[in-house]
Design a binder for this molecule. Structure first.
Ligand SMILES: Cc1cc2nc3c(=O)[nH]c(=O)nc-3n(C[C@H](O)[C@H](O)[C@H](O)COP(=O)(O)OP(=O)(O)OC[C@H]3O[C@@H](n4cnc5c(N)ncnc54)[C@H](O)[C@@H]3O)c2cc1C
Length: 468
């Protein structure tokens, strides 16, 4: 039988993984616990590692506390450690938030006396179950043996769109907007094409602006939808219950009616959208699979731009760039791509028209959002989980198939007792599972569940699962 060195191994040390570690430490100081992340810094992950001043949080400071039950913890920390004039409605740089998350882990370790905790900087390449224990093979050669593993791997890079002439290795093409040096050697008066018009594109436009880029930023997307801006809003009562419509069409009508109703009372639509936040997961779970599909086909992009909004300061800069002619929007579908002497030519068919238009750019950056279809995710760990039947995709290909605790469901349909996940990978079952207010709750519940699982008596040489 394999001898586990670790009770719980958490793969990924962004917000999700760091918060599971914090929640476990707060409950059980003697647990042997390790977080494995590519970075040495807790909590930064993909979301909070950007050093840029204009990469701001898109949730106000007053609701970004890392622990459920204390949403203002970040606000208080930021007043003490960053700027005493910060208010609950302020939108702070994401780097400040990353620093806060590191401090939450440090504070917890200090309070619990560190116990048996390790932060391991490495990359998990594969996971196998051997004689009841889970063995994770890392890039630098270490094999970690654990009783339970939590996958907190976050968002995966998007795939390269299928466009004739475009290759993932094309010299002017950047497949992943968050890769380092995406703007290196870009002529200061050149032109950039951002594929997609969501939050990632806005971030790229901010980075270009802060680097004093003077050229043109083309933004091309299928529908031309841009995230809305945050405004100060009053609260609006919850207007959904279990008797509300269980169809996409019925729900959209319900929301539109409520928005009209709010407008008659001088209340902004944002209050209506925000009123649904506490029950969004329940609404999603009340929909049959076909209705969920219908939502994804017809309503998803509209929901996203109303629900995930821009900090007002960012929206102002973005709209000024548009008014100055620096940002130019294009709506349509790319039909051809070619490169010649450092310049790309992009041909696209305009939405609703049969005519083709041309664009030229020195850099093309893929901002189309993370890949959620596990069959297409180019990640060695995920591939290994599928190859061994430890995981299967959720039916809508929005992430991993899981039970209500986040336990992975294997290829035979059995929920695991030792393999769990949280955060963006649970999108299929929860839909809203990518932002801090939802994930901090999941981390708390998962820690509780894991400790219950670990305290169950093992059967023979079987730690948590039957050996395979
Ligand atoms: C750019 C951006 C900005 C955002 N801004 C906000 C915001 O303002 N407010 C908000 O509420 N939400 C925001 N979000 C949503 C965000 O998804 C969540 O808030 C949260 O940060 C997700 O954390 P995570 O740990 O699940 O994922 P991530 O932050 O992606 O972290 C995952 C970590 O796992 C590591 N990892 C993955 N695979 C392996 C492996 N095989 N081996 C070792 N390490 C691995 C990665 O390197 C990474 O460090 C933002 C997301 C992004 C991408």
């Amino acid at each position: 039988m394999a001898h586990p060195q670790i009770d719980v191994l958490i793969i990924g040390g962004g917000f999700s993984g760091t918060m599971v570690a914090v929640q476990l430490l707060r409950r059980e100081g003697t647990l042997s616990l390790a977080v494995l992340d590519r970075s040495s810094q807790a909590g930064r992950g993909l979301a909070y590692r950007s050093p840029h001043r204009f990469h701001l949080l898109n949730v106000p400071a007053g609701n970004m506390g890392a622990l459920p039950g204390d949403p203002e913890d970040f606000l208080h920390w930021a007043k003490r450690n960053y700027d005493a004039s910060i208010q609950a409605r302020s939108f702070l740089p994401r780097a400040v938030y990353g620093e806060y998350l590191g401090s939450v882990l440090d504070r917890t370790l200090a309070e619990t006396g560190r116990g048996n905790f390790r932060w391991i900087q490495d990359e998990a390449l594969s996971l196998r179950r051997r004689r009841g224990a889970l063995t994770v093979q890392c890039e630098q050669g270490e094999g970690l043996v654990a009783r339970a593993v939590v996958l907190a791997t976050g968002n995966f890079p998007p795939n390269t769109p299928v466009i004739p002439g475009l290759r993932a290795r094309s010299p002017l093409y950047v497949p992943f907007a968050w890769a380092p040096n995406t703007l290196e050697n870009l002529p200061v008066d050149g032109s950039v094409l951002l594929l997609g018009s969501g939050l990632t594109s806005v971030d790229q436009a901010m980075e270009l602006k802060s680097k004093a880029f003077r050229g043109v930023v083309h933004i091309l997307s299928r529908r031309g939808l841009i995230p809305s801006r945050h405004e100060r809003t009053s609260s609006w009562p919850l207007f959904w219950n279990e008797h509300s419509p269980r169809s996409t069409r019925g729900l959209l009508r319900l929301i539109r009616d409520e928005v009209d109703h709010a407008a008659e009372r001088g209340v902004d639509w944002r209050s209506v959208v925000d009123a649904l936040r506490p029950v969004t997961q329940q609404i999603w779970q009340s929909l049959a699979a076909e209705e969920r599909r219908r939502f994804l086909r017809h309503a998803r992009s509209y929901w996203d731009i109303h629900r995930h909004r821009l900090a007002p300061e960012i929206a102002d800069i973005f709209h000024d760039m548009e008014a100055d002619g620096q940002i130019r929007f294009h709506t349509g579908r790319i039909t051809r791509y070619s490169e010649d002497r450092g310049l790309a030519e992009i041909v696209y068919r305009e939405r609703g028209a049969s005519t083709e238009k041309r664009l030229h750019a020195h850099r093309i950056i893929n901002c189309t959002g993370s890949e959620t279809d596990c069959r297409r995710i180019d990640d060695s760990l995920i591939v290994s989980l599928f190859a061994q039947g430890h995981a299967r995709p959720d039916p809508l290909f929005l992430g991993l198939d899981v039970d209500s605790h986040g336990a992975l469901i294997d290829s035979k349909g059995e929920p695991s007792r030792s393999l769990f996940t949280l955060g963006p990978t649970r999108k299929g079952s929860l839909w809203e599972t990518t932002a801090v207010p939802e994930i901090r709750q999941q981390a708390d519940e998962l820690a509780e569940h894991l400790l219950r699982q670990l305290s169950r008596p093992s059967r023979g040489n079987d730690l948590l699962e039957p050996a395979v």
